[in-house]
Write a protein that binds this ligand. Structure first.
Ligand code: GAR
Length: 201
């Protein structure tokens, strides 16, 4: 839902690690004219560095460790969904969330769940995108924000940003250049989506 008090779209962020994209989104939400607010951050890894960053910004956090659920992915997602319900979330943003989602959760959030992927999709879905771009001899790389559908990294593209690949690049140096681009792209695309939702109310 949109918060009655602020008129902003209520967004939750799912992470698994450092949370630099999450931090960029929290930062963007602090702008006076931001069309979204970050109402909660969930990690499947209780040790994810992003949880402490979010908490330091006063954002509610939840660690929903996937390991006690074993192979029951839906039960893990149901535990996540309970937090999303508690927070009255309208849009879910995956930011370095490294678990595959089941159709159960994806269908529930159809059109309202975004992911950022570190390649120019449809090139290099899945893992090791930077090494694959370098091995292919590509001269540019980038990142993609897309709606989440049941196919991995397959949903409709909402925005892309390109960066050059330069001589001597390693997967790590390229990942860092792409990540900087992500921090601008993701807040812009999320803001566009939320503006559209607010305008359609
Ligand atoms: C980002 O580069 C994101 O594109 C990637 O993980 C990184 C997370 O960094 N996501 C994926 O590979 C998803 N398949 P962050 O935790 O610092 O935001």
């Amino acid at each position: 839902m949109v918060s009655p008090a602020s008129g902003r779209v209520r967004v939750a962020i799912l992470i698994s690690g450092a949370g630099s994209n999450m931090a960029a989104l929290i930062d963007a939400a602090s702008a006076a004219d931001a069309p979204f607010e970050v109402v909660g951050v969930i990690s499947n890894d209780p040790a994810a560095g992003g949880l402490a960053i979010a908490a330091a910004h006063g954002v509610p956090v939840a660690a929903v460790d996937h390991r006690p659920f074993g192979k029951d992915r839906e039960a893990h997602e149901a535990a996540i969904q309970r937090h999303l319900d508690d927070w009255s979330v309208e849009v879910v943003v995956l930011a370095g969330y490294m678990r595959l989602l089941t159709p159960w959760l994806v269908r529930r959030w159809a059109g309202r769940m975004l992911n950022i992927h570190p390649s120019l999709l449809p090139k290099y879905p899945g893992l090791d995108t930077h090494a694959r771009a370098l091995a292919a001899g590509d001269t540019e790389a980038g990142c993609t924000v897309h709606l989440v559908t049941e196919g991995v990294d397959e949903g409709p593209v909402l925005g892309q940003s390109r960066v050059p690949i330069v001589p001597g690049d390693s997967p790590a140096s390229l990942a860092e250049r792409v990540r900087v681009a992500e921090h601008t792209l993701y807040p812009q695309v999320l803001a566009d989506l939320c503006q559209t939702r607010i305008a359609s109310l």
